[in-house]
Design a binder for this molecule. Structure first.
Ligand code: NAD
Length: 497
């Protein structure tokens, strides 16, 4: 059986522990590899190498750094099929969806290629007589990223291309459920010309995460995952004086207004609720049906959910693949049981689905609930599976209150033809990413990605301009050159006269 190791200082590194975790193909339930779970000694070794590499990389002109990124971009494009198949084989999502997620990561690399422009500072001549001042952004040092299972290429690529373009070195701890993609990316980055030690991958679980939190040479930590772990990372990194951004869970609402184009709303919801088996932080898991749109909405959704084509990710006909692990499948099915017990109306029940020839795979069909209320657990908690809850609201104000009163604030959408309502929603929703007639409003690489409330702890969103701010610190230099003018000792605060 294949063993997945670490990647440190430009090569595969076996690490100092024999602790292993199983990696499965969710489509078949077959164990395909064992991944090494590193220990703190492994992390310390990677940090030592990253710290050494920082000296030269931070001093490498941004244009030269960009050239390595350009080559990396080309290599990702050339290896797109292989990378996509790796995602499908360990995560389970369907091939085209996996390819799309890789492209969204690639777009961050493309954005990072423009780093010389982004690091241009600000200059003011004569802030005082013969005194000039300029502001510049400098890299932080060794940065770390801890990522979730659901986007094994895209989420790490929100982080490391930006950090590295800014002149930092990086240690990635991917999800132990689907670690192979990160190692392939590290290999390609090396071929692109990245110096050894600049990008490292250390596999592991909580032990490596805690080692990251406690390592004094790590300056900044980017985290994406569930809210309890995000909060833990945020609090402990802050305690250890690290810069931190920690993105958490979500419960994204889609408000469906009575005047909307119903087909557009239904199609949008189908993709957003059941795409990637609902394992997306921007999945729409709540549809808020306003006024009299509820009955036609549920009727149309029911027809489509019943016909959803569930199958292995490599089958071109599959619209939805399996869930990531057996445990996760059981957890999602349990939530459906809970919804029934709580009194929600289960319109489509996907719990019993079995696929011939794939009996050991982690499949379930799409589930659709109606008459869900804000008191129910299936409304309050993130399920992270193919389960859509329809909540009825009498008017726009009630729908908006549902969105705003929820603990999460990642994304939200509205379907309407009324510009006033669309604008009012964008303006008043306490949410980080809004879609108006757009079901999954994931910002492009040159904007930034992040939620509000308990979907993000920290100040900066990921990639785009906020990524540059997160991975650099600001310095302002004020200078004067001796020009023969008399220089007096001054004991008062200098001011402009
Ligand atoms: P998770 O929180 O279980 O794991 C995320 C990372 O934290 C993994 O690398 C894991 O090894 C590590 N980890 C797990 N338990 C830990 C512990 N007790 N102590 C320290 N580290 C620990 O999340 P997941 O199940 O891999 O991913 C799904 C979650 O990620 C969902 O909640 C989803 O909403 C969220 N997510 C959020 C975004 C976003 O942008 N806000 C994007 C993608 C996923």
């Amino acid at each position: 059986m294949k063993t997945i190791e670490h990647f440190v200082n430009g090569k595969i590194y076996s690490g100092s522990s024999e602790k292993l975790s199983s990696v499965f193909n969710p489509a078949t339930g077959e164990e395909t590899a064992k991944v090494k779970l590193g220990v703190s000694k492994d992390l310390d070794y990677a940090v030592e190498k990253a710290h050494e590499a920082f000296k030269d990389w931070s001093n490498t002109p941004p244009l030269q750094r960009a050239r390595v990124l350009f080559k990396f971009k080309e290599l990702i494009e050339k290896n797109e099929d292989e990378l996509t198949k790796i995602i499908v084989s360990e995560h389970g999502k369907v091939y085209e969806d996996a390819k799309g997620s890789l492209t969204r990561g690639l777009e961050v690399v493309e954005y990072a290629c423009g780093i010389p422009q982004m690091l241009k500072g600000e200059f003011t001549e004569n802030v005082g007589r013969n005194v000039d001042s300029w502001s510049l952004r400098q890299p932080l040092g060794v940065c770390a990223g801890i990522t979730p299972f659901n986007f094994p290429a895209m989420v790490p690529m929100w982080m490391f291309p930006m950090a590295i373009a800014c002149g930092n070195t990086f240690i990635l701890k991917p999800s132990e459920k689907d670690p192979s993609c990160s190692l392939k990316l590290a290999e390609l980055f090396k071929i692109a010309g990245l110096p050894d030690g600049v990008f490292n991958v250390v596999n592991g679980d909580k032990e490596i995460v805690d080692a990251i939190i406690n390592n004094n040479f790590i300056s900044a930590v980017s985290f994406v995952g569930s809210t309890p772990i995000a909060k833990y990372i945020y609090e402990n990194c802050a305690k250890n004086e690290k810069r931190v951004q920690a993105l958490g869970g979500a419960k994204n609402h889609c408000v469906v207004m009575p005047d909307c184009d119903l087909d557009q709303a239904v199609n949008g919801l189908m993709g957003a609720a059941y795409g990637s088996a609902g394992e997306r932080c921007m999945a729409q898991s709540v549809a808020v049906a306003v006024g009299n749109v509820g009955d036609p909405l549920v009727k149309n959704l029911k027809l489509k959910v019943e016909k959803l084509k569930v199958g292995p990710g490599m089958d071109k006909n599959s619209e939805m693949g399996p869930l990531v692990t057996k445990d996760h499948l059981e957890k999602v099915k349990k939530y459906v049981d809970v919804g029934v017990e709580e009194g929600a109306e289960l319109i489509v029940d996907g719990r019993k689905l079995k696929l011939q020839g794939y009996e050991k795979g982690y499949y379930m069909g799409g589930c659709l609930f109606d008459k869900v209320t804000s008191k129910m657990r299936i409304y309050k908690e993130e399920i992270f599976g193919p389960v859509l809850s329809v909540v009825r609201a009498k008017d726009f104000e009630e729908a908006l209150s549902l969105v705003n009163d929820h603990e999460f604030g990642n994304g939200a959408s509205i379907f309407t033809r009324d510009g006033d309502v669309g604008r009012s929603f964008s303006n008043k929703a306490k949410i980080g990413m809004i879609g108006v007639n757009i079901p999954i409003p994931v910002p492009m690489a040159f904007h930034s990605f992040g939620g509000w409330k308990r979907s993000l702890f920290g100040d900066q969103h990921m990639h785009g301009p906020e990524g540059v701010r997160f991975y650099t610190k600001l310095k302002t230099v004020t200078s004067r050159w001796p020009d023969g003018l008399k220089s007096d000792t001054e004991f008062v605060m200098p001011t402009m006269k």
